[in-house]
Design a protein around this ligand. Structure first.
Ligand code: ZN
Ligand code: ZN
Ligand code: FE
Length: 763
């Protein structure tokens, strides 16, 4: 330390708020204080940590400043408050004082973190006592969220409670110089859990579990592998037969599988990896990153579109497996069709008996199920599709979210958010609430979050849709517990979600495109142009309604929507479709029975995918749109279109576009060109709408949200083109654009707008 900045000797009390427990924060303070020669103490509090030091003011200031810049890897500091006084206590040393419970549970909990480099080195060092030990972890890495049963976070309240530490581990745990100081899940081969390898019939096999699993994998068998938040099903994909067998057994027809690669080099063999994607792949959260295939036509046995979801190993077990000479494996969540991911051992053995040929299981129990996160790299940041393992339960700061609010989210991609003191805690990926098991998990997770963060909601917020299970959940709690409930229109919530994601205030234009959401006029919306903010909104433009013959059946049979769109525009579909299908659709539309109109962008994509000839039936949600995006060729032309105005609402007139697509399709124009021209038309239409709305409202900030913005082709072009037209364009980077992001928007509206609990938005 130099002589500069010493100043008078003072006493400072420093309160640090944030994730500072179980992340090596006190040892870090200890080192820092020693470097500066300060005296005093540090202790954990329910708020975070409290430090009291005496020394020259200049040094104390520098010490406090460095809390932000030099903090340990996993610490997340939210706030540092310093109180200074010249009333000295005369401390003669620095010590770690006992924890102080302030009666409230304000301490934040860290997400699960991928095994760190230091632990990996020990894992591979034959002389280390944890050589090849599958549960190695330390203060900087390992499981957190998924093993915590209750707070405050210590070993006794995790699934490690049943493994008491041995003397050596205890010694490390209590030694402030050790990198396992207060690492709650720390253990070793003498005291911790072990691995087991079971055959398909559930009988444990003799031998090294990891080597047995690797042998089975190399023999092209399917192996269930226990991870942090649930089980995966793993297999090779160097032939077509093995992935096909997995699809057949898992009843997952065409939906892409995720892949785990040994390292970046292995990932680069099959996919392009740019700087942002590399950073995301290597981050402690270890999400699945949706990477562009090196060769668009390759790896069709893994993914039928142009991208593959790739992740790198994140548990010691993964590393041990890949060390057996494996390079890339399919690693798909172990669940049956759309049910929640399997995370209990007995359930895995029972439910996966017909799918897996072997089970690589571990004795440490998973308490909370948590799926892998899924992101794109976009604009230098993560663009989340699913925010789950590795991110949850980190809070998102939201100005104004001071009260305890529970936002119940949407339905098919359910999630919830709770807030307290300016922090919003989004839940992990929950799934489709129409499944009983999923709904059960949803309500249990809400209870778990309320307990972990000691939140008793004072306000509830849900979607306007009366049939969503999340709506009934909210209504029931509102009735039983007398908590006020507000209902928020779906697309308004999407817009607010994108605003809050970017920390925006005031009013914006929202380009909100998704599949389905209930509008304030009782019809189905989904291709909307809104204007407003947290206080309210107006619907100023729409892509207009499309009749869906057969309702939900049209979502599976895309040709229904294709024919319906063409007929609606007076275009003769007979050159493209069977007469039988055309007359069926014609009859249904004529009678008007079960032909709901929807202005969903997802439905327009369905119809376009059908007319272009990309896809006639969808085996999973959004398949038409995904394949249409993947098919796009290099082309910057668009189809002709008009924007008209009726009753103060701008409407996209699709006639000319559909006539042109139909004509090109009949002439056999290359599908990739039509796909590109169609999406380019959407981009130009959005630009024109935004320009019109800017003229009317004076607003020049645009938020892009809704599930259709998982289409990176459109997102990229819209961000660029609107920017060139003088708009400030905002997209998501912290929560998904799809319905998983709805809860965050609902919460923002409940917290920041709607002070007098207006039941819903105005159209
Ligand atoms: Zn570690
Ligand atoms: Zn031990
Ligand atoms: Fe939506």
């Amino acid at each position: 330390m130099g002589q500069e900045g010493k100043g008078p000797v003072i006493r400072a009390n420093i309160k640090v708020r944030g994730i500072v427990q179980g992340v090596g924060f006190r040892p870090f303070i200890h080192r820092q204080v020693r470097g500066y020669g300060l005296k005093g103490w540090v202790r954990n509090t329910s708020d975070g940590a409290e430090i009291e030091v005496e020394g020259p003011e200049g040094l104390i200031d520098r010490f406090a400043e460095e809390l932000w810049t030099k903090k340990p890897l996993l610490a997340l500091i939210e706030d540092v408050r310093i109180d200074k006084t010249d009333d000295l206590r005369g401390y003669d040393r620095f010590e770690i004082a006992g924890s102080r419970d302030l009666g409230r549970r304000n301490t934040l909990i860290s997400p699960d973190v991928a095994v760190c480099e230091d632990c990996l080195r020990e894992l591979r060092d034959p002389s280390d006592r944890r050589y090849r030990y599958p549960y190695i972890n330390c203060t900087n890495c390992g499981p957190r969220f998924t093993i915590i049963k209750d707070v405050p976070y210590d070993r006794a309240k995790t699934t490690m409670a049943e493994f008491p530490m041995c003397g050596t581990c205890e010694g490390e745990y209590t030694n402030i110089e050790n990198r396992r100081y207060h690492a709650e899940p720390t253990c070793c081969p003498d005291c911790g859990p072990g691995l087991i390898y079971c055959r398909a019939d559930g009988r444990p096999a003799n031998g090294d579990p990891v080597k047995l699993a690797a042998e089975d994998l190399k023999a092209h068998r399917i192996v269930a592998v226990k991870g942090l938040g649930g089980y995966h099903l793993a297999c090779l994909f160097d032939d077509d037969e093995t992935p096909a067998r997995l699809r057949e057994r898992k009843r997952r027809d065409e939906k892409p599988f995720a892949v785990m690669c040994r390292d970046l080099d292995a990932a680069r063999k099959i996919c392009e990896v740019d700087e942002t994607e590399e950073r995301l792949l290597l981050s402690g959260a270890r999400p699945i990153v949706l990477l562009k295939k090196k060769d668009r036509g390759s790896l069709m046995n893994v993914s039928e579109n142009g991208r593959v979801g790739v992740m790198l190993p994140y548990t010691p077990v993964h590393h041990l497996l890949f060390d057996e000479g494996l390079e890339s494996l399919i690693m798909t969540s172990a669940n049956l069709s759309d049910l929640p991911i399997i995370y209990k051992d007995d359930e895995a053995l029972r439910e996966l008996a017909d799918i897996a040929d072997g089970f690589l299981m571990g004795e440490r129990e998973i308490h909370t199920r948590c799926d892998d996160s899924l992101v794109y790299g976009f604009d230098g940041k993560a663009y989340p599709v699913r925010r789950s393992r590795g991110y949850v339960p980190y809070p998102l700061r939201l100005q104004g979210a001071d009260n305890m609010i529970l936002a119940c989210g949407a339905e098919q991609k359910a999630s919830f958010c709770i807030s307290r003191e300016g922090s919003v805690f989004p839940s992990q990926h929950i799934g489709d609430l129409k499944n009983l098991q999923t709904f059960d998990n949803y309500s249990r997770q809400i209870a778990h979050f309320e307990n972990m963060f000691s939140v008793r909601p004072q306000k509830l917020v849900c979607d306007l849709h009366p049939d969503y299970f999340s709506t009934s959940y909210a209504e029931e709690r509102s009735k039983n517990e007398g908590i006020p409930l507000i209902k928020v229109q779906h697309h308004w919530a999407h817009m607010a979600s994108c605003m809050a994601d970017n920390g925006l205030e005031g009013d914006v234009i929202g380009v909100i495109w998704d599949g389905t959401g209930l509008g304030t006029d009782g019809t189905i919306w989904g291709g909307e142009f809104l204007a407003g903010g947290y206080e309210g909104f107006s619907r100023l433009g729409t892509i207009g309604g499309i009749k869906l013959p057969g309702g939900d059946r049209a979502v599976e049979q895309l040709w229904r929507t294709g024919i319906s769109m063409l007929l609606d525009c007076g275009v003769d579909p007979s050159g493209l479709y069977d007469e039988e299908k055309i007359s069926m659709v014609r009859t249904m539309i004529g009678s008007g029975l079960n032909c709901p109109a929807s202005s969903g962008m997802g439905r327009l994509f369905d119809g376009a995918a059908s007319v272009i000839g990309i896809r006639q039936d969808a085996s999973y949600e959004g398949q038409g749109a995904v394949l249409l995006e993947a098919a796009a060729a290099e082309c910057c032309e668009a189809y002709p279109f008009k924007v008209t105005k009726k009753d103060g609402l701008y409407i996209f007139d699709k006639k000319e576009m559909l006539r042109a697509i139909c004509d090109e399709s009949m002439r056999g124009v290359e599908k990739g060109l039509m796909a590109a021209r169609f999406m380019n038309t959407m981009v130009r239409m959005a630009e024109e709408m935004c320009v019109l709305i800017r003229e009317d409202t004076g607003l020049d900030r645009v938020c892009l949200s809704g599930g259709s913005f998982q289409n990176i082709y459109m997102l990229e072009r819209l961000v660029k083109d609107l920017g060139q037209r003088g708009f400030q364009v905002f997209h998501h980077s912290r929560v998904p654009a799809n319905d998983e992001g709805i809860a965050f928007g609902q919460l923002a509206i409940a917290a920041k707008g709607n002070k007098d609990d207006v039941p819903c938005g105005t159209a």
